[in-house]
Design a protein around this ligand. Structure first.
Ligand code: NAD
Length: 297
């Protein structure tokens, strides 16, 4: 029998499934749940136990982790469905979803009112980082709660940054993703321009990857099909980080900017680009599909 604490894991999508699999691989007893039966079946294969509901999953768990799409899913789970009330006294709650800082604070306050410690711990590193266990965790909440969470986070990731109080992890994550959304869009524009002039996309990308515009968008998730075999662009933009999730994050960045009166001209423009990508029917594809707005067929 494992002496490691029991973990409830809610949300087994592109990110949650490999994260839960890494916890199971590290020896943690994992009770998982997702609304999708297919997602549950895949997690079962990876060594996680599957509960009949989120409330069943959290029963007896010392640590509860959620990895859901957006604010409304997290608020519905913990507050609407009453999962917070079903969590064992003294358990630690870790929300890894990317959501509005205000939502993270609201749920953390409700948790605190029940005597539960909670941190927001959104991640960076993508699906590949989740699978490899090399995610970066960007944490908001009390230092003592982070110290309790650290061994669990280390089973799924490599870098941990404590950004401040509840919600601060979400603010930092939005800053990262706003920059990423802009960088991906402009990388696609640059490659499309080169290709329109007859350049080879692969050679152009290889040059950029060791030059001053180098970035994750060029080197790891290149938006041009065929440049990187393992990038979503080379498999019809399937999997990866959904364009609609990037649209959500840019919307959160716009809200965050309005809250403090900051100008984010490129962030706002990028939000519009991903909205156009959604209108073009690509919201469910990887966000690198934004290149299709400017690439000539
Ligand atoms: P996803 O859509 O693939 O997975 C979300 C899962 O949550 C789905 O399987 C869905 O069925 C499940 N779900 C929704 N509501 C639920 C509920 N009430 N109870 C149980 N399950 C529920 O999304 P993802 O790509 O795994 O992303 C999850 C979060 O991580 C998002 O906030 C996203 O912004 C963030 N994120 C994603 C990436 C990435 O590369 N995909 C990278 C960093 C951060």
């Amino acid at each position: 029998m494992s002496t490691l604490p029991r973990i409830a894991f809610i949300g087994l999508g592109n990110m949650g499934a490999p994260m839960a699999a890494n916890l199971a691989r590290a020896g943690y007893p994992v009770q998982a749940f997702d609304l999708s039966e297919a997602a549950c079946a895949a997690a079962r294969q990876a060594g996680a136990g599957i509960a009949a509901s989120a409330i069943e999953a959290v029963k007896g768990a010392a640590v509860v982790i959620s990895m859901l799409p957006a604010s409304r899913h997290v608020e519905t789970l913990y507050l609407g469905q009453g999962v917070l009330a079903a969590i064992e006294p003294g358990a630690l709650v870790i929300d890894c979803s990317t959501i509005a800082p205000a939502s993270a604070q609201k749920v953390a306050q409700a948790a605190a009112a029940r005597g539960l410690a909670m941190i927001d711990a959104p991640v960076s590193g993508g699906v590949a980082g989740a699978a490899a266990g090399t995610l970066t965790f960007i944490v908001g909440g009390e230092a003592a709660a982070l110290e309790r969470a650290r061994p669990v986070l280390q089973a799924m990731g490599k870098n941990i940054f404590h950004m401040g109080a509840a919600g601060a992890g979400q603010v930092a994550k939005l800053c990262n993703n706003m920059a990423l959304g802009v960088i991906m869009a402009v990388t696609g524009e640059a490659i499309a321009l080169g290709v329109a002039h007859g350049l080879d996309a692969k050679t152009l990308s290889q040059m950029m990857a060791v030059s001053t515009s180098r970035s994750w968008a060029t080197e790891v998730c290149n938006p041009w099909p065929g440049v990187l075999e393992n990038a979503p662009s080379s498999r019809g933009y399937a999997g990866g980080f959904g364009s609609d999730l990037m649209l959500k994050d840019l919307g959160l960045a716009v809200e965050a900017a309005m809250g403090v009166g900051n100008a984010i001209p490129l962030g706002e423009m990028a939000r519009n680009l991903y909205a156009l990508n959604q209108q073009a029917g690509r919201g469910g594809l990887d966000f690198s599909s934004v290149v299709k707005l400017v690439a000539k067929e």
